[in-house]
Design a binder for this molecule. Sequence first.
Ligand code: HEC
Ligand code: HEC
Ligand SMILES: [Ca+2]
Ligand SMILES: [Ca+2]
Ligand SMILES: [Ca+2]
Length: 486
Amino acid sequence: MRRSSLPCSAVLALGLAIAIAACTSSDPVSLRSTDEPSPSSTTAVLDEPANSDDSIADDGVVDESLLPVVFANPVEGLTDDELAEFITGQGFFNEVWTPVATNGRSDSDGLGPLFNAESCVACHPANGRRRVPPQGELTGSGLVVRLSIPGRDPITGGPVPEPAYGDQLQDRATGAVEPEGAVFTNYIVQSDFYADGTRYDILWPTVNIRRRNHGPLTEGFQTSARIGSQMIGMGLLELISQEEILALADPSDANNDGISGRANAVWNPQTSQVELGRFGWKANVVALDQQIAQAFHGDLGVTSTLIPFENCAPQQTACDDAPSGGTAEVSDEKLQNITNYLRTLGVPPARTAESEAAQRGEQHFREFGCTSCHVESFTTGSSPIEAISNVEIRPYTDMLLHDMGFDMSDSRPDFAASPIEWRTAPLWGLGLVPIDGDRGLLHDGRARTIEEAVLWHGGEAQRSRNAFINAELAKRQELLAFLESL
Ligand code: HEC
Ligand code: HEC
Ligand SMILES: [Ca+2]
Ligand SMILES: [Ca+2]
Ligand SMILES: [Ca+2]
């Protein structure tokens, strides 16, 4: 893909560009490789937004009433007890957390000192996705910036947190503690053409970290910007057998089809072993309850038995000194309720059968090689929850990591996943994800439509993307009709 030089004095990682900089239109730079960020001495930090373009595009408040509630139903066939737990868990998923109370604790206080949002649902509205604002400040938007420095943790093999800011930038804080910084976004239009001459535009994202409260990031720092994904079918994905997933992996592309899925190998703190990663955009978490405990820790600043400490980085004394609710601000029971809620959140049935165009699109989906990664069906293993046990599912993912090309890269390895590798996103429910012309698809929400998401595919998926680019308009529309019907 062609790339223009960007109007920003910045550190630009290939792919999503994260800049620690003042952006001025008079100061163009070319892209640099991910391992050579600009020296911190040349970076400037703005204490205030530079110009009106930076005005807050989003007030951080989710207007739930505007969102269709399409991802709200439990899987069919739950017992009365399971349904009761679903409803309890749903309440906790939507619960708004508050800072530690000084006059008597409640069971939903413990937010912060550093945090990104006050509830799970703030970043996963209606169990769908938070849209990234078109331009401006992202504080409260649900886009999370992960941070690290080169190397691997000697025990876990995971990323090494950035020394001053930890492994995630928290852009909000409670009481006297200052937020770690603020995140701004901007997009550059990139145009190209289908084989039939039709022009298309996609938006190249840049993310800037400003108002840094602990000085420059360590030289060589690595970043990854990610949005929250929709919450459906988690319990089903958890039940795809490890053997089946590993059987799909072909790390050295032995069968020579250009597709070399790899499993992520992730530390499981509960077993102290390296295991298959399943959750997150890079399959960087092994189990659902751990994903949820990490969200409480990193996104809300709420401690749990699984992660019994606050998210303050080593030198952050104000954060350390701030009031904390102790080692388990969220109870084991509540964490379990939320886990079981997400486990039993159902997937809306596909509507492909209702449209002939969509059915033809399904054929193109196979011909274009999309199913090499977006594997159509599995049968789940057994679970104490009968309704999700041994059922056929159609998630359209192989749960493996694939090289998606440099245009999709971040600059931060995550366990075995390299910057260019991402987990095949499940496509079930895709047509119901509320994106409505705003940014919403792909790991950083850069794609405004399903079509744009396909156009970003590169690396191992380049062949599929080319098949799409080269197809005539009618076929492209049928493919999109199929994806809309999921
Ligand atoms: C500040 C925004 C934010 C908040 C608050 C938040 N999440 Fe997330 N969530 C994300 C992001 C970003 C990801 C993707 C993480 C990754 O790829 O590493 C994610 C991923 C997930 C996933 C994995 C999805 C998948 O497809 O594998 C689950 C499950 C989840 N969140 C549950 C929760 C729960 C439960 C809470 C509340 C305790 C919560 N989240 C709070 C942003 C948020
Ligand atoms: C080499 C494997 C591979 C192939 C082939 C492939 N994809 Fe993907 N697809 C992925 C990965 C990996 C992601 C997640 C990218 C990310 O994290 O940003 C993805 C994401 C998507 C998304 C966005 C989903 C979301 O939730 O944001 C859509 C839509 C999609 N693919 C459609 C297709 C279609 C249509 C084809 C065939 C033309 C195709 N893909 C071929 C691996 C593949
Ligand atoms: Ca706390
Ligand atoms: Ca931090
Ligand atoms: Ca292969």
